[in-house]
Write a new protein. Structure first.
Lengths: 241, 437
């Protein structure tokens, strides 16, 4: 359902040309939990941005649910991003002027849901991350772990098929990080595909599948294209059975 | 989404109160200046009889010798002689017409508590009230017969009626004015055409007259004109009758012609009249001719909107442009400073168009707030003009149309100023900011 075929991404300035990704191939199936690792500057975030339709690839083809996205207009890409993709960032990226309710409301507004539907989804999402009692608080009134849980709630509220997480625990202490990881695992067990960029080998090990990127390329292709049976989530296994 | 964008806009203004206040102030100052000059220009260029523009015509003749320079571009005289006005009064084509002069009357009130005072007046015909749609509070215009029989009757203004009769219905009462008694036949209600198009010889902006008397009374009561009088011929004018017979220009003349055919007929009648007068030894120029100008043409011809006013208007809009440029800079700074938030919204599914719309709503809100404050500035500016220059007393007043115009102008100016910043922030690449937040 997420297929990258020979993707290349080049950043150009007047003086230099940087190949962030080159010949990048990847196949991610519904319900997978994929950890993306690699050294700084290897192209992890660029991969995530392209996967999340935040950037265009310079070359190659990218299929999301079978739809080739390079020819889509900004509006179509935005709609696709809104409906199918949820983002979790290292720095949480909550909007500081809005309370938790309104932060979670943002993607739902762009989806065009009615007020009652939005309210139901927001309350459910905040309930899921254990923050329903604080929905009128501002992000600045929460701890880092709580803010990340709000960001997860925001990503989940629109029921996306993909959750793209860029160092989701990078700013958290170990206890908070563990809680967030457990939350992500629960979400994945409920059927949402998760692609998580991380520097942390321990967390990467908790994912069912690992991709290592070096110099803009997947390190060992043999490991990538076929998920191991044990990597398939229980929900997906049950569904297939 | 509009209400959502509006809420975001309000939040955004509250988050950056200083920069937002500066933008509102910049817009308000620009709108205040533009609104002040625009209001004055609007009043000056207003045609109070626009709905009858092609039915009412000022009559002009070129009756002077070719050696005389009347000062007009088309050599026509601004006013008529009394004999010409009197003769045209007898023509059959116009359904309604009136000769008139501005006058002044020394009023001697019956009430011993009141001192004698001067009242502005106009000697005119009965048709004046119908042609120019003068509303009546009490009574009616004098009868058609009065225009020929020269009876001493008068129609007075509401203000004069209030002063002399305490606002009561004064029809049938008499007024002693300039040593003559006039019987009141009507009291007019509020009547403030601005500019005072029917007589621009004495300035275009002042209150209409307080006392109207029949034009036919001129030879009887020897009513003096209180306006400009010009002449091309050297004449020894010793008496009032000399004035009436003279070639001096001091009478205004208006006709109402309902159809182009009527206008053509009347022009033909005037041409015949000129031919007849030349045969009688008057109107010495071989190129003597007549002209009819509708109300708008008459206002333009008399230069009611001065060149100074046009320049002032242009300068004020230039100033508004400077304020807008200033606002563009502030908006760019503000919007780009929170580009990271925009990046988040883009990541969460907002399209470029939605980001553009969100920011345009914000600048529109600034425009509305700036327009509101700018209207207050404009009202203060207009009040200042009225205080400084009595001439602006009628000019410097903002009506509801102008108030709405000023608000819309502010909204439009803000949207124009916000186009570039909103477009720029809409084009920001979300990925550039998400990592940096």
């Amino acid at each position: 359902m997420l297929t990258m075929d020979n993707i290349g991404k080049v950043f150009r300035t007047d003086l230099i040309e940087t190949h962030a990704l080159r010949g990048f191939n990847l196949n991610v199936q519904q319900g997978e939990f994929v950890a993306v690792t690699g050294p700084s500057g290897s192209g992890k975030t660029t991969f995530l941005n392209i996967a999340g339709l935040l950037e265009n690839a310079t070359s190659g083809k990218y299929y999301l649910d079978g739809e080739e996205i390079s020819m889509l207009t900004d509006r179509e890409r935005s709609l696709l991003r809104n409906e199918k993709i949820g983002f979790i960032f290292q720095g949480y990226n909550l909007l500081p002027d809005l309370n938790l309710f309104d932060n979670v409301d943002v993607p739902l507004r762009y989806r065009g849901f009615k007020a009652a539907e939005r309210k139901r989804r927001i309350e459910e999402a905040l309930e899921q991350v254990g923050l329903s009692a604080r929905m009128k608080h501002l992000p600045s009134q929460l701890s880092g772990g709580q803010q990340q849980r709000v960001a997860i709630a925001r990503a989940l509220a629109g029921s996306p098929r993909f959750l793209l997480a860029d160092e989701p625990t990078g700013n958290l202490d170990s206890l908070m990080a563990r809680q967030v990881m457990e939350l992500l695992e629960t979400i994945n067990q409920n059927g949402t595909t998760i692609i998580m960029v991380t520097h942390d080998a321990e967390q990467a090990a908790r994912a069912a599948r690992n991709i290592h990127i070096v110099d803009g390329q997947v390190c060992d292709l043999a490991l990538l294209n076929q998920p191991r049976p044990s990597q398939i989530s229980p929900i997906r296994s049950a569904a297939e059975a | 989404m509009f209400s959502y964008y509006l809420r975001l806009a309000w939040l955004s203004l509250k988050q950056t109160p200083v920069i937002s206040a500066l933008m509102v102030l910049a817009m308000a100052i620009g709108i205040g200046a533009a609104g002040t000059s625009l209001t004055v220009h609007y009043t000056m260029s207003h045609n109070p009889m626009a709905h009858k523009n092609d039915q009412l015509y000022a009559v002009q003749l070129k009756a002077h010798h070719d050696d005389y320079d009347g000062g007009t571009s088309d050599e026509l005289d601004l006013q008529l002689t009394y004999p010409d006005a009197d003769n045209i009064n007898r023509m059959s084509t116009p359904q309604r017409s009136t000769a008139m002069i501005r006058a002044g009357f020394s009023i001697k009130p019956d009430d011993p508590q009141l001192h004698p005072f001067m009242a502005t007046g106009r000697a005119t015909g009965r048709d004046f009230f119908g042609m120019f749609e003068v509303p009546f509070l009490y009574g009616a215009p004098w009868s058609t017969a009065v225009d020929t029989l020269a009876e001493p009757v008068t129609v007075i203004s509401r203000a004069l009626n209030d002063k002399l009769f305490g606002g009561e219905n004064s029809v049938g009462q008499t007024i002693e004015a300039s040593n003559h008694l006039y019987t009141v036949v009507g009291v007019i209600d509020d009547f403030h055409p601005q500019p005072l198009f029917y007589d621009l010889n004495n300035g275009a902006f002042h209150e209409p007259e307080e006392m109207f008397v029949p034009f036919s009374l001129l030879p009887v009561n020897k009513i003096e004109a209180f306006g400009n009088r010009n002449g091309w011929k050297s004449e020894n004018l010793q008496s009032y009758d000399d004035w009436l017979r003279s070639e001096m220009y001091w009478v205004q003349y208006w006709v109402e012609l309902e159809t182009p055919a009527q206008k053509a007929d009347f022009e033909q009648e005037l041409a015949g009249y000129i031919k007849q007068q030349r045969q009688l030894g008057r109107m010495p120029s071989d190129t003597a001719f007549a002209s009819l100008k509708n109300v708008q043409q008459w206002l333009d011809y008399n230069g009611v909107v001065s060149e100074d006013n046009r320049i002032l208007l242009a300068l004020s809009f230039l100033f508004l442009l400077v304020c807008m440029v200033n606002m563009i800079g502030l908006l760019l700074a503000k919007f780009l400073r929170r580009a990271a938030h925009t990046g988040v919204r883009r990541a969460l599914g907002a399209s470029q168009r939605q980001i553009f719309a969100q920011h345009l709503v914000e600048v529109s809100l600034i425009g509305v707030l700036g327009g509101g404050l700018g209207s207050v500035f404009a009202l203060v500016g207009l009040a200042g003009l009225r205080q400084l220059y009595p001439y602006y007393d009628q000019l410097a007043r903002m009506d509801i149309t102008m108030l709405i115009t000023v608000l819309l102008l502010s909204l439009l100016a803000a949207i124009i100023a916000g186009l570039l910043p909103a477009w720029r922030v809409g084009r920001t690449h979300p990925a550039h900011y998400l990592k940096s937040q």
